[in-house]
Design a binder for this molecule. Sequence first.
Ligand code: ADP
Ligand code: MG
Length: 329
Amino acid sequence: MSAHSGAKIGGEFALIRQFFHQKTQHQAQVDLSVGDDAALFRVAHGQQCVVSTDLLVSGRHFFADAAPRLLGHKALAVNLSDLAAMGAQPLAFTLSIALPSVDEAWLADFSAGMFALAQTHQCDLIGGDTTRSEQLVIGITIFGQLPRGAAILRSGAQVGDDIWVSGTLGGAAYALDLLQNGAAHVPELLRQRLEAPTPRVALGLALRDIATAMLDVSDGLAGDLMHVLRASNLAATIECDDLPMPLELQELPQLEAWRYAVTGGDDYELCFTAPATQRAALTALSVAQGVALTRIGLTTAGAPNITWRSQSNPAHFAQMSDWTGYNHF
Ligand code: ADP
Ligand code: MG
């Protein structure tokens, strides 16, 4: 890119150098980083390279006035979450960013949020593209690695597997609703579910030898679990009484709380299947990692479909039967 650079801080290259040039490199496998026409990295012998991309568009995926530090965190977090869902180890990422203007304070906070999370996961920013546009758009492509054949696919679930979910569900969607409806107070922990999700990278790695199928819950449990069921050609039964939810949701009327937990997006928790023989291992893993793991149902033989059940309130079934996940189109 050449034309129309932000003159205020000396153009596009100065901007990249100032805000997107990582000072330290973590991965020995990165041979060439920001500064040339392309970057170079190696994956270790016997490993596969895992690639995933996510695009965040202002007004669609985040509020135009979102805190830049949180936005930097979230843009990378959603990509790390995709690697976690494959059981992959993060290695490096690229950042493509379209900016309406060059706002130094905004860029400093955005890159600080992004690099703090990158540091946590020893993941290097190795390149990208920077341009001007009316609308703020952030695209990250992330690269990771795992031993050949070790990826946890959506297609691996077996009949009778338990269905598990990490953390809690519905909090991000509830926080979004509260913010959009101008709530006077949104509890901090709930806000964090939406604005600063924690990618379950270490959990994803540990599940390699345990889970039969996995994905991250980005568009809501109902829609996302259907992806696993279609890929594995199975049906599922979910016990709504067992859905793990943040405290704030537990205080809502039950059906409303479940609607958030089942259809709400943006939680970035892992949903996976595993044989019943792994229950003790998963309980131990939950303790070891300090992340809640909850068994919410079972896969069954049959056409891809989810049956929502509740011992405590069977009357809710009918209303829940047509709940689906978020779909952009
Ligand atoms: P080219 O014109 O050859 O595509 P660019 O001028 O777009 O090169 O980029 C110069 C260097 O800066 C490249 O190494 C590119 O990967 C890197 N880069 C550009 N934008 C970003 C960004 N937002 N984050 C990280 N690196 C970037
Ligand atoms: Mg370029």
